[in-house]
Write a protein that binds this ligand. Structure first.
Ligand code: GTP
Ligand code: MG
Length: 268
């Protein structure tokens, strides 16, 4: 055989991962926990962007992971916005002890979609939503995070960069998802097709949770009659009765519904 005969070398797959989420939610610490197996207690804000590379082996395949760790503070928007392009996987982090960081998830998705623009490209990104700092006193229930992630077709994990809980599992899922997407010609495989509950149920739970008054909970306005209250109640009860719904948070949402109905009937 001549020296020039070709040897088939399997080049490592290169993938691009970004981190998103409000400042101080723990993005850099989650990445550090995974890459360096340690935790830093002191807050060192990321300035603009931090770049790092790590190697993983998935099913005998070498993967080179380029991680772009973004600064969450809005001051750094002008720096981070150019790094969204060509993203294949993202960790979208909130802090379970800080509700504002959870409500900000929608803004982060909006930023991602504004910067990437192309819907097909956005839909091909594998996203792991992380409810971080589970070691602290929480303001956001696990089921709320799960529901938000499910409603967008994203993976969901609760993590603690401090204890390490959930971090390896989350990255494993992310990398596997991105590799599968690459093997699938850049199309993300749908997840959650067998959730067993509907978007309508998810929306009803979120609406009940976020409503500011009992009227709003039932989708009514002050002055509604007894019939209006009962009709609105029945419509939601069919969706959310714990015997019928397996969506996370159904039970609590159903309790909210029952107490809203009771309170409103007293006013009719
Ligand atoms: P920016 O770079 O400003 O966007 O913030 P970040 O999201 O990268 O946050 P960072 O990782 O720097 O962590 C912020 C603070 O939260 C630090 O003081 C960390 O020690 C702390 N922290 C991060 N993860 C955890 C956690 O799981 N539990 C606890 N208790 N603290 C954490
Ligand atoms: Mg950071």
């Amino acid at each position: 055989m001549s020296n020039t005969s070709k040897v088939k070398v399997k080049l490592p797959l290169r993938i691009k991962i970004i981190s998103m989420g409000n400042a101080e939610v723990g993005k850099s610490c989650i990445i550090k926990r995974y890459c360096e197996k340690r935790f830093v207690n002191k807050y060192l804000a990321t300035i603009g962007i931090d770049y790092g590379v790590t190697k993983v082996n998935l099913k005998d395949r070498d993967i080179k992971v380029n991680i772009f760790d973004m600064a969450g503070h809005h001051l750094f928007y002008e720096v981070r916005n150019e790094f969204y392009k060509d993203t294949q996987g993202a960790i979208l982090v909130y802090d379970v002890s800080d509700r504002a960081s959870f409500t900000a998830l929608d803004d982060w998705l909006q930023e991602l979609s504004n910067e990437i623009g192309n819907k097909t490209e956005i839909d091909s990104i594998v996203v792991c939503v992380c409810g971080n700092k589970t070691d602290l006193r929480r303001q956001v229930d696990e089921s709320e995070g799960q529901l938000w992630a499910d409603s967008h077709g994203f993976h969901f994990f609760e993590t603690s960069a401090m204890s390490g809980e959930g971090v390896n599992e989350m990255f494993q899922m992310l990398f596997e998802g991105v590799v599968r997407t690459c093997d699938n010609g850049g199309r993300r495989e749908p997840i959650g097709t067998q959730l067993g509950y509907t978007k309508e149920q998810i929306e009803a739970i979120q609406k009940l949770r976020n409503a500011k008054s009992d009227y709003e909970r039932l989708g009514l306005t002050p002055g509604a009659s007894k019939d209006d209250v009962n009709r609105a109640y029945r419509k939601l009860a069919v969706l959310l009765h714990p015997d019928k719904s397996v969506a996370p948070g159904s039970e609590d949402a159903f309790k909210l519904l029952v107490s809203a109905r009771t309170a409103l009937l007293k006013r009719c």
